[in-house]
Structures are given as structure tokens and as C-alpha cells.
Write a protein that binds this ligand. Structure first.
Ligand code: B12
Ligand code: SF4
Length: 543
């Protein structure tokens, strides 16, 4: 009788051959960083479906937004899951992925857990040696290996040596199968990146930010963004990047880069727009000539697909590219070009960036973008290993010039420096005069245990970066404050603004926000004083 009931219960559960999970880095209990999932998850899930398996992608950050009480344990009570794949793509996720795998094993020890993504691939051996909650790691491109793994797990005597790219345990040893699956042009042509139904709560997913300080519906944006896969790989080698030429070879076994066929990318864009997407985000620009994009944009215009685009340029765009960008996406105010010179000192740019350009040429592009009314984001980084006082001062001056050039239609972002596993700095710190000890996977887990978003490099005297550091601290505090005030937690919001004001005294936005928080807290007199102070910054406004 008990068995009959148990069987009935089992059949009521929803069957799922493979559950793919993305977990952000948690910020306490309330929010997350690295909310965006590896775009390859969608192609992988679809590939399983095409081959007869059921698959679903869960983003735990999104689930928490939809339902504050969401728990993976509860989800598993209602689903009969065959295999769980956890994406350990970004190193920021390290600790959360390990904790998640332990939590799953505690309730469902029989479900095999496989990891994949850049960080899992790079540290596969160390992960399998040290964490019993992980059964397998798929290195590099995942589609064919994951399918083969599912096939093997479905037979009575599996032979895991048949699964390409797999790292696994065999009688106490760690076995590393060869990296023989590297998606080439034909493989890329077969992959489908627009089976959006495979992502749970896809519509909410399109409205999140990279950094959600609090899981709340009220913080979702309306940009409806989709990260578009245009290809894979990179031909150059930026000092800090774990996706450049050397890392591609180690992690994926890939040399150079591969584009998806234009017709397939076009199909994905069209499907995305039909699914309600307003902005496609492209961060794949391996060919400085950008011919591929001239063709893609032309096709988008011919098909009259109406969508905005954010394009992260790896090399400097030329006039022809900019013209094509403007005529295809320029009618959307949200369309944006992102540039990352990192330093204002050309000698440092040459040292750290794979694609070099001069300040003069960069300013010419910014001028062009401004006259075309295209929003522009320009990234600088500190402390770059090897920065001299001269470089820092030069960068400081250059940031001002850039800010003047872009005016209201853009902004400069100054970010903390950090380097990825597999980057030239990680592999050869001595060539950059860095005396860093090489971090292990365990270091990445520990480092992100603290409430610290970005690892800092050990080089340089931080003090000399003075107001840059203050500026980025203030930006984090302000983004928390804005988020909190939107969800009516005005007391905490006011505290964050006060923290920001220590770094940016007299900042108009910060003062206005503080005033509004005080008003909401029923302190109109104090609010008025703060508003007055803000207005003093604008002498033309009479208070
Ligand atoms: C495009 C891109 C982005 C885009 C879009 C990312 C996306 N949605 O996938 C944007 C701009 C959003 C982005 C953001 C960031 N990125 Co980025 N990004 C890239 C870039 C240029 C290409 C990635 C790519 O094309 N992938 C190809 C697609 C189709 O496949 P895929 O997504 O990698 O998935 C495949 C495999 O990884 C694997 N896989 C992944 N998960 C799993 C899970 C399982 C179970 C299995 C079996 C397999 C598997 O199989 C998939 C299918 O084959 C790389 C550099 C490079 N040249 O590779 C950096 C890179 C991945 N990014 C990096 C970083 C650091 C970031 C940021 C943290 C930067 C920041 N400080 O803000 C953020 C994090 C965003 C977040 N999580 O919220 C680092 C990662 C280093 C590391 N080991 O952690 C890289 C390597 C280089 C770099 N420094 O930019 N990024
Ligand atoms: S940061 Fe440099 S090395 Fe990394 S993907 Fe971009 S261009 Fe390539």
C-alpha cells in the first residue's frame, strides 16, 4: 500500500531529464551579483531537447524575484530530475555554486551534478578533488558533451571515457577526457538560441540588472534586454582576460574565433523581438574590420526588424561601422556603444589591451558618436599593474577630456581592476612584475565570501588613485540607495546616501535623493535643508 502511494506521488512529479541552474553571487540574503546567465545555456538546453531529452533553465536570482520563498529543495520535491547541470561560468559564482551543490546533495544525493562554464573548466581537477558534491565537470563548449553524458547516465553500465571534454572520477582518480568537442562553423550553425520557453520566467529575466542589490519586482527595468550570441572565441590577449587567446586554448581547445551564420543570428534577433525583446546586447567583436556586422546590420534593416542594440567594441569602430550602426539602431535612444580604453596612458593600453588605439582616434570616435546622438559608455580601470604616477595623472586628465567629449549622451565608468583565471596576468604574473601568488579555486571561493564585488590587485599604492576610488565606492552606495528608496526602505536608503556623500560631498543627485528619503520619513524640515544645499549647486535656481 505504502509503495502504491509512493508510486502515485512519484508519477505526479514533473519529469525533467536535465535541469540547468544559474546562481548569482549572493549578497547576504537579499540580492545578487552576476545575475546574467551564460548565453550558451540556452543552446545547450535546446540541443538536449532536439535530441529527445526534456530540459529547463532556472536562474535562482530570478526565481527569488518572482517568489521570495523560492527554494531549490522545494523545487526538487515537485520535479523528478535526472541530471543537474550548474553553470560555474564567472568566478564570482564560485562559493555559491559549491554551496548550492551541497544543498542539493543533502536532499537528493542520487541526482548526478555536473558543472560547466569558464571557471569550472579551468579548475575542473581541483573541484573534483575537493568537493564530493560535484560528480562531473564538462570543460569548454557544452552541447555535445552534456548530451553524451546524459546518454551514458541512461545506460546500466556507463562508459564515461566516451564523453568528450569530460573530467570525472574513476576509482579514486581524476580522469580528464580529451577536449575534442570545439564547436566549429557547422556546429554553430545548428545551435538554436531562441527557444526561450526553456528559461523559467524568461520575461522577468529580460528585465534584470547585472547587479540586483535586492530581489524585488519593483527593481526590474523595462529595457527587455537579450544577450545575443554571435560567435565564440577571441584572437587577442588582454592582460586580465580569461576569455582571450591563451584562455580559449586552455579552456575550450579553441584557436581563433568562429561566427554564427548571419541568417541564424538574424533568426534569433527576429525571434527575440517577437518574444518582446527591445534591446539586443552584443559583446563579440573579434574582427577589427567588422565586415560581418556591416552585413548583419544590413540584413536587419532589410528585414525591417525594429530593435535597439548595445554593442561592446573590442577594437575602435570606423566611420563605416558607425554609419551602419546609426542607420540600423540610431532611432532608439537606448542604443549604446561601449568602449574600454582602460587607461588614458597609451603605453599602458598597449601593454594591457589586445586591440590598441590612440587617444586621438578614440576622441574622434566619441565626437562622431555625440554628433550622431548615440549614447556612449567608456570604461577605465584602476589600478592597472605597472601604472606610474605619470600614467595615473595622464588617465585622470584624459577622463575629463572624455567626459567633456561625450557630454550628456554618455558616461565614464571607472572600475576596480581584477584578473580572471587563465588570463596572461594569472598565467605569467612575473611578466607584469606582479608578485601575486596564483589563486586556486579555493581562493576564489574565499575571496567572494566577503561582501566584496570585485577582487583588487595587489599592486600599487591605492591612495594615489584618490578620487577614483571614492567615486566607485559612492557609485555602489548610490545604486543601493536608489534601489532601497524604490522599494520604500527610506531609512536604509538615507544611510547609503550619507555613506556616498562622504566620498562625493555636495553631489547633486545624492542630495536630492537624501531630501526625498527624509520627506518620505516624515522629516520635511530636514529635507528642506538638504534640498537647499542641493540647490546652491545650481545658482540659477532660486529657492
Ligand atoms: C559575451 C560576454 C559577456 C556578455 C554576455 C554574457 C552571457 N550572457 O553569456 C556580458 C556583457 C553580459 C558579460 C558580462 C560579464 N562578463 Co563576460 N564575457 C563575454 C565574452 C566576451 C564571450 C562569452 C561567450 O561568447 N560565450 C559563448 C557562448 C555561446 O557560450 P557560453 O555562454 O560560454 O556557454 C558555453 C560554455 O561556457 C559551457 N557552459 C556554460 N555553463 C555551463 C553549465 C553546464 C552544466 C555545462 C555542461 C556547460 C556550461 O557550455 C556553453 C555552451 O557551449 C567572454 C570573453 C570571451 N571571449 O570568451 C567574457 C567573459 C566570459 N566575461 C567575463 C566577466 C568577468 C564578466 C563580468 C563578471 C564582467 C563584470 N565585471 O561585469 C560580467 C558578468 C555578467 C553576469 N553574470 O551578470 C570573464 C569571465 C572570467 C571568469 N572566469 O570569471 C570573461 C571570460 C572575459 C572577460 N573578462 O570579460 N560578458
Ligand atoms: S577583453 Fe580582450 S582578450 Fe578578452 S574577449 Fe575582449 S578583446 Fe578578447
Amino acid at each position: 500500500m505504502t509503495e502504491v502511494i509512493a508510486n502515485t506521488l512519484r508519477t505526479q512529479k514533473e519529469k525533467l531529464d536535465c535541469l540547468l541552474i544559474h546562481t548569482p553571487k549572493s549578497l547576504g540574503q537579499e540580492g545578487g551579483y552576476a545575475m546574467i546567465m551564460a548565453m550558451g545555456l540556452l543552446a545547450m538546453a535546446d540541443w538536449l531537447e532536439q535530441n529527445g531529452y526534456s530540459a529547463l533553465i532556472l536562474n535562482l536570482g530570478v526565481e527569488k524575484i518572482v517568489d521570495a520563498d523560492f527554494s531549490i529543495e522545494h523545487f526538487l520535491e515537485h520535479h523528478d530530475v535526472g541530471v543537474i547541470g550548474i553553470s560555474l561560468h564567472w568566478h564570482f559564482q564560485s562559493l555559491d555554486v559549491i554551496n548550492l551543490s551541497k544543498a542539493i546533495k543533502a536532499v537528493r544525493p542520487e541526482i548526478p551534478i555536473v558543472l560547466g562554464g569558464y571557471t569550472a573548466s579551468f579548475f575542473a581537477g581541483e573541484i573534483l578533488r575537493n568537493y564530493a558534491s560535484i560528480d562531473f565537470v564538462v570543460c569548454g563548449d557544452g552541447e555535445v558533451p552534456l548530451l553524451n553524458l546524459l546518454n551514458q547516465l541512461g545506460v546500466s553500465t556507463p562508459d564515461f571515457s566516451q564523453v568528450p571534454n569530460l573530467v570525472w572520477r574513476c576509482r579514486g582518480d581524476i580522469v580528464r577526457n580529451q577536449l575534442t568537442y570545439v564547436a566549429g562553423p557547422d556546429d554553430m550553425a545548428q545551435l538554436n538560441f531562441s527557444n526561450f520557453e526553456l528559461i523559467k520566467h524568461f520575461s522577468t529575466y529580460t528585465r534584470i540588472f547585472l547587479f540586483m542589490p535586492y530581489y524585488s519586482n519593483d527593481l526590474l527595468n523595462d529595457s527587455k534586454t537579450f544577450f545575443l550570441c554571435v560567435g565564440r572565441g577571441c584572437p587577442v590577449s588582454c592582460s586580465f582576460c580569461g576569455g582571450g587567446r591563451p584562455a580559449q586554448k586552455i579552456i575550450f581547445g579553441r584557436q581563433g574565433f568562429v561566427f554564427r551564420p548571419i541568417e541564424r543570428v538574424l533568426e534569433t534577433v527576429r525571434d527575440a523581438v517577437e518574444a518582446g525583446i527591445k534591446m539586443v546586447y552584443v559583446c563579440f567583436d573579434p574582427d577589427p574590420v567588422k565586415e560581418y556586422y556591416l552585413e548583419l546590420f544590413k540584413a536587419i534593416r532589410q528585414k525591417k526588424i525594429n530593435v535597439a542594440m548595445t554593442f561592446e567594441c573590442w577594437s575602435l569602430p570606423d566611420t563605416e561601422f558607425l554609419r551602419a550602426f546609426v542607420s540600423t539602431f540610431g532611432n532608439h535612444r537606448e542604443s549604446k556603444i561601449v568602449l574600454s580604453p582602460d587607461s588614458g596612458a597609451e603605453r599602458q593600453r598597449k601593454q594591457h589591451r589586445g586591440f590598441f588605439y590612440t587617444n586621438k582616434n578614440l576622441l574622434a570616435v566619441l565626437r562622431q558618436l555625440r554628433s550622431d546622438n548615440i549614447f556612449t559608455e567608456v570604461y577605465f580601470t584602476y589600478p592597472l599593474p605597472g601604472d606610474t604616477l605619470n600614467d595615473i595623472e595622464e588617465t585622470d586628465r584624459f577622463i575629463c577630456t572624455v567626459e567633456q567629449e561625450i557630454g550628456e549622451r554618455g558616461h565614464v565608468i571607472i572600475q576596480d581592476f581584477g584578473y580572471d583565471p587563465g588570463s596572461p596576468l594569472y598565467l605569467h604574473p612575473e611578466s607584469f612584475n606582479l608578485q601575486a601568488s596564483v589563486p586556486t579555486f579555493a581562493n576564489y571561493c574565499r575571496r567572494h565570501d566577503e561582501d566584496q564585488l570585485i577582487p583588487t590587485s595587489s599592486s600599487g599604492d591605492m591612495e594615489i588613485y584618490g578620487h577614483w576610488i571614492q567615486r566607485s565606492k559612492a557609485a555602489v552606495a548610490m545604486s543601493r540607495a536608489k534601489a532601497l528608496s524604490r522599494i520604500n526602505r527610506h531609512e536604509e536608503a538615507a544611510n547609503y546616501v550619507r555613506e556616498a556623500l562622504k566620498s562625493i560631498p555636495g553631489d547633486w543627485d545624492a542630495l536630492m535623493l537624501l531630501g526625498s528619503c527624509l520627506e518620505q520619513l516624515g522629516k520635511p524640515e530636514r529635507a528642506r535643508l538638504v534640498y537647499r544645499e542641493a540647490m546652491r549647486l545650481y545658482p540659477s535656481i532660486v529657492v
